[in-house]
Design a protein around this ligand. Structure first.
Ligand code: URA
Length: 284
């Protein structure tokens, strides 16, 4: 690891902002709500008392403002852990690297990250339109295998890994868990789940349109291993937070019950409810 980063490694825009997020260090708060959908950013920030910063590039939209006297940021990540790789590295660079000198700071800042998303349940008893906080997560997307020494083990991960029957995928698995310090949301959520994060929405999550998935019984098998829900971002958010010293928690609105074939009857109302529910608990 080098303290002085080359121009090719830490890429900046002409105005000195970080390349993909298009942000300067002063553009973000230490509390950040991460959503997938760029359109959701304005739906969240309209609840702020004041919006001070609005910036965007590609799928990364950022609004920073004040809510009940506290500075707060909401940012869209787009879909998937490959985007989370960019978001987490660049957010960390904004607070922990001197962008002008391209040097890693000796004193580190810890961000508080709240992912507000949607998921599908694979436990038939987990009902749509309710909040589910991810306690444990297994990444089937493989991302953290590219980072040296990323390892995480607890009771859930050991048991899951031992029983996981798909040999081809087994070598890619990685695990993480929520940050207790952000437990406010945890306490009030209806469900506390073990989430599986995938590198796709269709066959990786057992959905079949014109193409068959490798295993018809995928949902049942994962539910038997203790998985409650499927989505596409949390494994990387939790794992990067552990590696980089940030705190993170995911609250997902359950929009589909995959085992019962049900989808939310009004996902717009459900999204509105999720936003208000999270904002009430992120800033008191
Ligand atoms: N997001 C996912 O990745 N899967 C679902 O089923 C719902 C939301």
């Amino acid at each position: 690891m080098f303290n002085q980063l080359a121009d090719s490694e830490l890429i900046l825009n002409e105005d000195g902002s970080i390349y993909h997020l298009n942000l300067l260090p002063e553009d973000i708060a230490e509390k950040i709500i991460l959503v997938g959908d760029p359109d959701r950013v304005a739906k969240v920030s309209k609840h702020f008392d004041k919006v001070e910063i609005k910036k965007n590039k590609r799928e990364f939209y950022t609004h920073t403002g004040i809510l009940r006297g506290e500075r707060i940021t909401v940012m869209s990540t787009g879909i998937g852990t490959e985007n989370i790789d960019i978001v987490m590295n660049e957010l960390d660079a904004l607070v922990n690297i001197d962008l002008q000198k391209k040097e890693i700071k000796s004193q580190k800042t810890s961000l508080k990250l709240f992912r507000m998303g949607t998921c599908g349940s694979v436990n038939p008893d987990v009902e749509v339109d309710n909040m589910l906080v991810t306690q444990n997560v297994v990444g089937l997307d493989g991302l953290m295998n590219f980072y040296k020494d990323y390892q995480f083990e607890n009771e859930f991960s050991r048991s899951f890994y031992q029983k996981f029957p798909y040999d081809k995928i087994k070598s890619m698995l990685y695990f993480s868990e929520w940050s207790e310090e952000l437990g406010n949301l945890y306490k009030d959520a209806k469900y506390h789940g073990n989430t599986a994060t995938f590198p796709g929405f269709y066959a990786p999550q057992g959905r079949q349109l014109r193409l068959e998935a490798t295993d018809e019984k995928f949902l049942e098998t994962l539910n038997d291993l203790g998985i409650t829900n499927f989505e596409m971002e949390t494994s990387a958010i939790y794992a990067f937070s552990k590696l980089l010293g940030h705190q993170a928690i995911t609250v997902n609105n359950v929009i589909a019950n995959r085992r019962r074939g049900e989808f939310s009857k009004d996902h717009h109302a459900s999204e509105q409810n999720l936003i208000e529910w999270v904002l009430e608990r992120v800033v008191k």
